[in-house]
Design a protein around this ligand. Structure first.
Ligand SMILES: C[S@@+](CC[C@H](N)C(=O)[O-])C[C@H]1O[C@@H](n2cnc3c(N)ncnc32)[C@H](O)[C@@H]1O
Length: 237
């Protein structure tokens, strides 16, 4: 699995989130009751979303923000509530449809200051244009570290201020994090979560010429039961 190219990996991620796990993902990201294990994942993900949102300016009026791998769109909604012009994109058309349905009425009717343009496709599509902020919450966790850094470099070329993303830190907690994959049906078809060693991630970022004008900023690890993920911000110098 870890030898797959970016395109092959992306295909598996799309199949997983658009078919295999779509029901489970829809439920996990809703208010519907879930068991103890998934409740710990939901709580961790809520904390992670709030952490990433807390690293963005309170007033996002006039800012363009890419929610890269938006899933069911919770982060996009909060950013738009703060005034951002959000492009929310995901490989899974089914999740994007769900995200569109779930957005609050004020956003749908255009009464809100911010807006969300939902798209199904690849976050690397240059046609999406330029952004002030790009946020990828748990959307790079299925890619190898070198591929994830190439994705960041590609996104950085279209980003003006900051890139916020998360990775699955490779430490003993990952054993618990990996169990998340097994919560969903057909675990063996799930795209494997790639453990990332913080030190090699930072080394690859420092060695990537396209990221020469970017520096790592805040970082925070969120561990909640079966969920462990680490947020990192890259800021343009
Ligand atoms: C673990 S989910 C997280 C979804 C959302 N960010 C959240 O936190 O609720 C990862 C999402 O990233 C999406 N994704 C992965 N690679 C992508 C790519 N290259 N372009 C667009 N979406 C991608 C997947 O389809 C999946 O919905």
């Amino acid at each position: 699995m870890s030898q797959l190219t970016y395109q092959e990996r992306r295909g598996k991620i799309e199949t997983y989130f658009d078919r295999t796990a779509v029901q489970a993902w829809a439920r996990l990201t809703s208010d519907a009751p879930v068991g103890r294990v998934r409740a710990s994942v939901r709580a961790g993900r809520d904390r992670m979303r709030n952490t990433l949102l807390s690293w963005l300016p309170e007033d996002l009026g006039g800012a363009r923000l890419l929610d890269a791998g938006c899933g069911t769109g919770a982060l996009a909604v909060e950013a738009a509530r703060r005034g951002a012009q959000v492009v929310a994109i995901d490989l899974s058309p089914t999740l994007v449809d769900l995200a569109r349905e779930r957005q609050p009425a004020a956003l749908q009717s255009g009464e809100s200051r911010g807006s969300i343009d939902f798209r199904a496709g690849d976050m690397l599509d240059p046609a999406l244009g330029h952004f002030d902020f790009v946020v990828g919450m748990d959307s790079l966790i299925h890619y190898r570290t070198d591929d994830a850094v190439r994705v960041l470099a590609s996104l950085a070329q279209r980003t003006g201020t900051a890139l916020l993303f998360t990775y699955a830190p490779s430490n003993p907690a990952l054993v618990a994090f990996r169990a998340v994959g097994r919560l969903f049906p057909s675990g063996n078809r799930a795209p494997w979560i790639e453990p990332v060693a913080g030190r090699s991630l930072h080394r690859l970022i420092a060695a990537e010429p396209i990221l020469a004008s970017w520096q790592p900023g805040r970082t925070e690890r969120i561990a909640s039961g079966f969920y462990t993920s680490q947020a990192l911000e890259l800021v343009k110098r």
